[in-house]
Design a protein around this ligand. Structure first.
Ligand code: SAH
Length: 269
């Protein structure tokens, strides 16, 4: 079967948009397909969670537009980004919307693809390794460890409408909980988790800059989560993992510490 990349980018007159998952940051975690598609694209609209090394892979002459949207920072309004993609595509360009991790995991791919296709712009996506799952390889953390975790769920602590996952149900689920966007109020979040029925002694891991040279992490228990984050100065972007599986993390330099003391953060190792 012919590759869809070759099939769909042959007409120079017809622009299109690719939503490309760039993975968690380490350039080597970019998929081969993402690399091929990126090198076809003349314009890249790049999120700020995208590893900077990935920009070096652009063909000479590629127009790179940074459109970071991190909470609390100066960001490009979503509507403007959508219009920018539309405008370049209408001018016959192949556009990459380069997103951290996977475009469909808390990455708005669903709404962006719908918006573009409604306007007659061809839009497709390329999967990326999502940050929450990259934690497994980064820490040797077996998210679905047999006999310990029945599965894994990806949740966000921060939603546009203020709603929350059903924490009580998750506390009873026996799943490893991988939480995105949980670093703005860790003390309140940990309190919510305790009230929902997660055990104070439940192991938790916090991993900042997963897979990047700047990766830092801490493994502790839920009751010491906020104090550990504060003591070690861990901050967004980070993933918090809750669950017994954390106790089995075994990458070099990963130490499980139930005690609340500030411990030195290990690097990527
Ligand atoms: N689409 C992305 C998620 C974007 S939402 C993905 O699939 O990974 C933004 C949140 O993702 C951040 O607040 C943080 O919780 C998480 N995140 C993204 N990249 C990260 C990284 N390299 N290290 C740790 N967390 C990351």
């Amino acid at each position: 079967m012919k590759s869809s990349i070759e099939d769909t980018t042959t007409s120079p007159a017809k622009g299109r948009v690719w939503l490309v998952g760039a993975g968690p940051g380490d350039v080597e975690l970019l998929t081969l397909k993402a690399l091929r598609v990126l090198r076809l694209c003349e314009v890249w609209l790049v999120d700020d969670l995208v590893g900077r090394d990935i920009l070096e892979l652009a063909r000479p002459g590629t127009r790179i537009i940074e459109v970071g949207k991190r909470g609390g920072c100066t960001s490009t309004p979503q509507e403007f980004i959508l219009r920018l993609m539309e405008s370049h595509a209408r001018q016959g360009r192949t556009v990459a919307r380069v997103k951290g991790g996977d475009p469909y995991i808390f990455g708005r791919a669903g709404e962006e693809i719908a918006w573009l296709t409604e306007r007659g712009i061809e839009a497709q996506s390329v999967s990326g390794i999502t940050a929450g799952l990259a934690v497994a390889g980064a820490l040797g953390l077996p998210l679905t460890h047999r006999g310990v975790a029945r599965g894994v769920t990806l949740v966000t602590a921060h939603t546009a409408d203020g709603t929350q996952p059903d924490w009580q149900a998750l506390a009873r689920s026996g799943l490893s909980i991988v939480c995105y966007m949980g670093m703005s109020k860790p003390r309140a979040l940990a309190q919510q988790w305790l009230e929902a029925g997660f055990a104070p002694t439940l192991p938790v891991a916090v991993v900042q800059h997963v897979s990047c040279a700047t990766q830092r992490h801490a493994c502790t228990t839920l009751e010491h989560l906020a104090a550990t984050i504060e003591a070690q100065g861990l901050a967004s972007p980070a993933i918090i993992v809750l669950g017994e599986a954390v106790r089995h993390a075994q990458a070099q330099g990963v130490a499980f510490q139930a005690a609340p003391q500030a411990m030195p953060c290990a690097g990527r190792g």
